[in-house]
Design a protein around this ligand. Sequence first.
Ligand code: ATP
Length: 299
Amino acid sequence: MNYYILANPHAGHGHGKQVTDELTSYLTHKKITFRLFETHQPFDENRLMADILAQKTAADRILIIGGDGTISLSVNALPENQAFSYIPAGSGNDFGRGLGISLKDTIATFDNIHKAQPKEIFMLNYVSENLSGLATNNFGIGLDAAMVDATNKSLTKGVLNKFKSGQLAYLLSALHVVLIKKPFGVTVNGVRFDKAFLFTMTNHSFFGGGIPLAPDAKITDSDIHLIELDRFNIVGVFALIPKIIQAKHFASKHVHHLVDKKFELVIDSDQLVQIDGEIHKLKAGQKLTVTTQKRTILK
Ligand SMILES: Nc1ncnc2c1ncn2[C@@H]1O[C@H](COP(=O)(O)OP(=O)(O)OP(=O)(O)O)[C@@H](O)[C@H]1O
């Protein structure tokens, strides 16, 4: 049995390389055979995963090293029945947090992987006219999409990530976007929201680098958690931000928490959406269906 490792050395501003070097030295020392496939440019995961799938045998294992972007792209390139393992090496690492994997101890994480039995987890499966795929973390319309868009464009993120403050970068972008983002209308599973502001679906707890947006969501079940925040007065919205970080936001009457196996929704106006931190567009009037898909992990 060989490990086929897909690694993003640039994840976590170079942490991906550190983790990969540490792991490959350990594997060599332990005489565990592996082949390493490193990304050479953004969005290389699809090509590398195709190479891996063409070369590996049924007995071989796939191990992914990187952040939330790497795992999302990699999983989208994997067939539904292909098991995988994951070692987080990004800045936000929400998927790693959702899995309950150590974000620090690479070797302990690998030792667990090496002796693991297959486990079922669930991911969001989204389908609309122009947009379909799997989300390993979350699918957000409105505020978080605007926030991710602003954060991606912001120089601030690069500076703050050097100090390992990815969460702070998201927070600062959020503060700015909260002031300028307009609410939107949406109908979801027959429920109407006229002033949706934050509208995010997830099936594990974490968002934006460790913020517990859906504290009771579990990656091991097929429930999808939808968190909707109405746009109300701006002072109130700002006051909710620390409550979200402390997982106390469900006490607010402006926060709605829907849990279901399937969400069907239509938005009233074109909106940016963020899917695992990547920005896309969803058009007004287009039906979006979100369910879950079962995947197998060794962790
Ligand atoms: N060789 C490369 N050179 C430059 N960028 C790369 C390379 N390989 C991958 N990337 C890009 O690296 C980026 C960061 O990857 P990833 O999202 O996994 O880590 P992160 O952003 O540091 O962590 P997180 O998403 O957990 O906050 C992705 O946008 C990916 O496209």
